[in-house]
Design a protein around this ligand. Structure first.
Ligand code: 3HC
Length: 302
C-alpha cells in the first residue's frame, strides 16, 4: 500500500545533503538546498571536470545573488562555505538526504543508488529527480526501497513553484513525510503523485510538446505552430519550452511516454536530430529569439 498521509512529526531532520549529478538541474537545486535548508551540500559526478563545472556554476549563482543585492556578503560567504564537490561517494556517509539527477537511464540510476546505499546510513532518505522513469524500477534492487521517493523539480528550479513527490507502493511514511517537509522548506508547493509514466506534469506536457513536434514533422511550419499555440496563455510556446528543458531531455520524455502509451503519445525522431544540432531558435547574443534556426527547419524537413 502507498504510505498514508504524510505528517511533519514523522519527518527526519536533514543535517547534510548529497547530490549525485552536477549538471544543469542538479546545480540549480543544490543552490536551493543550501539557501533554504542551510546545511552542507556535497555534489558528486563521474569525474572531477563535471564536479568542478557544477560547483563553479553554483558558486557563480551565489555571486550573482550577491551582485543583485538579494543576499549580503555574510550570507554569500556562508553559502559558499556550505557547498563542496567530491568524486568520492564515501563523502556522503553522514548525509541524511541524497538526491540524484543523473542521465535519464534506468540502469545508470540503479547503479548510482547501489553505490550510495553502500556508504549511507540506513536512515538516509534517497530521492530521485527522474522526470519520467519509474521510481519503483529505480529502487527495485535497493536493500531498503522504502526510503526511496521521487522528488521532481521543474525548470527553472528557482522560479517554478512545484515539486512532484512520487510515492511508490513501498515508500514508507517517514520518507514521504520527510520529502513533503523538505519541499516546504525549499519554498515549494508539493503534490504527491502516483508512480506512473510522466507523473502528472510531464504527462500533460508530453501531449502538448509531442503534438507540436508532430505538426511540424508532418509539414506545418514552425512559425505557424508557434503562433497558433502562443494564445494558450502559457508563459512559453511548446518550442521555447523544449529548449528550456533541453532538447535531449524533451526527446527522452516523448520516447518514454510513447513506449508506455504508444497509441496516445508521439515519439519524435526529428526532435532527436534537433537535440544533436542543439537548437530550434536563432537567438541574439542576449538570448532573445530572432526567429527559427535555418538548420533546425531543414533538419525537421528531412
Ligand atoms: N534560469 C533561472 N532563472 C530564470 C530563468 C532560467 N532559465 N529564466 C528566468 N529566470 C528567472 C529570472 O531571473 C527572474 O527572476 P527574478 O525575478 O528573481 O529576477 C524570473 O525567473 C522571471 O524572469 P523574467 O521576468 O525574465 O521572465 P518571464 O517572466 O518571462 O518568466 C519563466 C520566465 C519563469 C521561465 C517563464 O517563461 C515560465 O514560467 N516558463 C515556463 C516554464 C515551465 O513550464 N517549466 C516547466 C518545464 S517542464 C520540466 O522542467 C520538467 C522536466 O522533467 C522536463
Amino acid at each position: 500500500h502507498p504510505a498514508g498521509a504524510p505528517s511533519a512529526d514523522l519527518a527526519k531532520k536533514i543535517t547534510k545533503v548529497g547530490i549525485v549529478g552536477a549538471g544543469l538541474m542538479a546545480s540549480q537545486f543544490a543552490l536551493l538546498f543550501v539557501r533554504k535548508l542551510k546545511v552542507p551540500v556535497v555534489i558528486t559526478d563521474i569525474d572531477q571536470a563535471r564536479v568542478d563545472k557544477g560547483v563553479t556554476s553554483i558558486r557563480s549563482s551565489i555571486d550573482e545573488l550577491q551582485a543583485k543585492g538579494r543576499i549580503n556578503a555574510d550570507e554569500s560567504n556562508r553559502l559558499q562555505a556550505l557547498i563542496s564537490g567530491t568524486t568520492d561517494i564515501a563523502d556522503f556517509s553522514d548525509a541524511d538526504w541524497v538526491i540524484e539527477a543523473v542521465f535519464e537511464e534506468l540502469q545508470v540510476k540503479r547503479d548510482v543508488f547501489a553505490n550510495v546505499e553502500r556508504v549511507v546510513s540506513e536512515s538516509c532518505v534517497l530521492a530521485t529527480n527522474t522526470s519520467s522513469l519509474s521510481v519503483t524500477a529505480i529502487g527495485a534492487d535497493l536493500a531498503h526501497p522504502e526510503r526511496l521517493v521521487g522528488f521532481h523539480f521543474f525548470n527553472p528550479v528557482a522560479v517554478m513553484p512545484l515539486v512532484e513527490v512520487v510515492n511508490t507502493d513501498v515508500t514508507d511514511e517517514e520518507t514521504l513525510s520527510t520529502a513533503m517537509v523538505v519541499a516546504k522548506t525549499l519554498g515549494k508547493s508539493a503534490v504527491i503523485t502516483r508512480d506512473a509514466p510522466g507523473f502528472v506534469v510531464n504527462r500533460v506536457l508530453a501531449k502538448l510538446l509531442g503534438e507540436a513536434m508532430h505538426a511540424v514533422e508532418t509539414g506545418t511550419p514552425f512559425e505557424v505552430v508557434d503562433r497558433a499555440t502562443a494564445p494558450f496563455g502559457l508563459p512559453m510556446t511548446p518550442f521555447e519550452l523544449l529548449e528550456l528543458v533541453g532538447l535531449t531531455v524533451g526527446a527522452h520524455v516523448l520516447d518514454t511516454h510513447h513506449a508506455a502509451f504508444p497509441d496516445r503519445f508521439f515519439e519524435s525522431e526529428a526532435l532527436h536530430r534537433l537535440a544533436e544540432h542543439g537548437r530550434i531558435f536563432d537567438r541574439d547574443s542576449k538570448g532573445k529569439r530572432r526567429g527559427f534556426d535555418k538548420k533546425a527547419v531543414a533538419i525537421v524537413a528531412g
